[in-house]
Design a protein around this ligand. Structure first.
Ligand SMILES: Cc1cc2nc3c(=O)[nH]c(=O)nc-3n(C[C@H](O)[C@H](O)[C@H](O)COP(=O)(O)OP(=O)(O)OC[C@H]3O[C@@H](n4cnc5c(N)ncnc54)[C@H](O)[C@@H]3O)c2cc1C
Length: 440
């Protein structure tokens, strides 16, 4: 039910004042800062319940404030922040509750590190990302590519239900049997259809994993990439890896580092990885799953990251050559993260993440300075395209731009059409537009 109260005088106004952080508030500096930098929102609202989220939405609408939705604040484009608008900061909604049969209800504002730590106490884990401070809310909207992705799928593949505050201010439940169109769009729809306040997810009985890094010499980069693709194609689902090609950075030498996560104890699956190239270092060991989510360093304010990604169906020689050539051009990190396994067994129509045939995702990050010329930025993108052209699409979690081409890369035409239809039903006025936007 939608309650249309006068926001200036009704109970909403007192509530909004209680949860509002405006310029001059002692928490203002932290509240207006995310990993992508600092903005100047008119107000940051920190609701503590779904009803307060609804009141905050009514307030923003009544004041005609453009809206940003924030959970963990890790969107690279600053979608979780907005100059002159209202930020709905969901960080107070950070509970993690067991609800029976390994099912877990997690608040959208929790971080994946906190969720993993809470679940570890019960011998449970959910495949999510690789970084502890990433928010539950934003990662699930993207899909969720984590260290157990090949065994347990994307994070959205573990989603059973969600509580959602819609653009009209209704609090609804979405699942396979309740508001199924909304449930479909929440799984990969990049935040277009509503504010999720909590997620119900199926956790898995996982205490420890074999995790660590195998470092290789850089003598035959294209060969290393091709061999990695071939080994991962045959690997058991229990094995998920990320091949990181890191350029020399200050005192740190250039390196090819293979991040490895094996679920279960069949460590024979690791041996083909050790034969991929000349092993310089190897620290793979059994560790608690909750300890492998790490913190990532964030670029300092004078750095302008240029980030692209491509989902690829085959890591083959032409792609490997393109990656090796782009890497040799300098100043570029390239990450190849394995997909396939359980991800590929989900019907592309089942969720709004449709690129199920990808066997890997290639992510490239180049670091320019904020005063770099547009020609320098364009040159970096031109090199990226030599890799990106091998892809079938892109992943919203790792996109550093939001052009019409990017939107087309996120969703194949039938998925985009369906997402637009759901958007027309649940957000016809495009209230939720500060995202990879699908106009209704
Ligand atoms: C250092 C780093 C490491 C990362 N590692 C991984 C990884 O391993 N795997 C992976 O899959 N992704 C990864 N990502 C990408 C990450 O999943 C996305 O950036 C995601 O959007 C971050 O979620 P957040 O809640 O922290 O971000 P926010 O900036 O708070 O949210 C991003 C956007 O998501 C939408 N949104 C957020 N919360 C909600 C909500 N509750 N309801 C509706 N819409 C919402 C909004 O549009 C919002 O602007 C990483 C990003 C960074 C910066």
């Amino acid at each position: 039910m939608t309650i249309d109260l006068d926001p200036a005088t009704g109970p909403d106004s007192q509530l909004v004042e209680r949860i509002a952080i405006r310029p001059g508030h002692p928490d203002c500096d932290t509240a207006r800062t995310t990993v992508s930098g600092t903005a100047a929102p008119a107000v940051v609202l920190r609701p503590t319940s779904a009803d307060e989220v609804a009141a905050a939405l009514r307030h923003a609408r009544a004041e005609r404030l453009p809206l940003a939705i924030r959970s963990g604040g890790h969107n690279a484009l600053g979608f979780g922040n907005i100059d002159g608008g209202a930020v709905l900061d969901l960080t107070p909604l950070d509970s993690v509750e067991l609800i029976g049969d390994g099912r877990v209800r997690i608040g959208a504002g929790a971080t994946w590190g906190a969720a993993a730590a809470a679940l570890a106490e019960h011998g449970l884990a959910i495949t999510s990302g690789d970084t502890s401070s990433v928010g539950v809310g934003g990662l699930v909207q993207s899909g969720g590519i984590g260290w157990m992705v090949r065994k347990h799928g994307l994070t959205i593949d573990s989603l059973l239900a969600a509580q959602v505050v819609t653009a009209s201010g209704e609090v609804v439940r979405a699942s396979a049997t309740e508001n199924a169109d909304l449930f479909w769009a929440l799984r990969g729809g990049a935040g277009n259809v509503g504010v999720v306040t909590s997620f119900e997810l199926q956790a898995q009985p996982v205490r420890t994993v074999h995790y660590g890094t195998i470092t290789f010499g850089l003598d035959d980069l294209a060969g290393l990439v091709t061999r990695w693709g071939a080994v991962m194609r045959e690997a058991p689902d229990e094995l998920t890896t990320t091949l990181a090609l890191i350029p020399e950075m200050g005192p740190m030498p250039a390196a090819a580092m293979l991040g490895v996560c094996l679920v279960g104890d069949d460590t024979a699956a690791l041996e083909p990885l050790r034969a991929l190239g000349t092993v310089v270092d190897d620290d793979v060991s059994e560790r608690p799953y909750s300890s492998i989510l790490e913190e990532a360093p964030h670029p300092p304010p004078h750095i302008r990251p240029v980030i692209g990604n491509a989902l690829v169906e085959r890591v083959d020689e032409p792609l490997a050559d393109a990656i090796a050539t782009a890497y040799a051009a300098g100043e570029r990190m390239v990450f190849l993260r394995s997909l396939g396994g359980a991800v590929g067994r989900v019907d592309p129509e089942e969720t709004a993440f449709a690129h199920r045939s990808a066997e890997a995702i290639v992510v490239s990050a180049a670091f320019l300075t904020v005063d770099s010329s547009e020609a320098e930025v364009a040159a970096v993108w031109a090199v990226w395209r030599t890799i990106g052209d091998h892809g079938i699409g892109a992943y919203s979690g790792f996109l550093g731009s939001a052009t019409p081409d990017d939107i087309a890369a996120l969703w194949p035409p039938p998925t985009l059409d369906r997402l637009r239809q759901v958007k027309r039903v649940w957000d016809p006025e495009n209230t939720f537009r500060r995202n990879f936007n699908v106009a209704p």
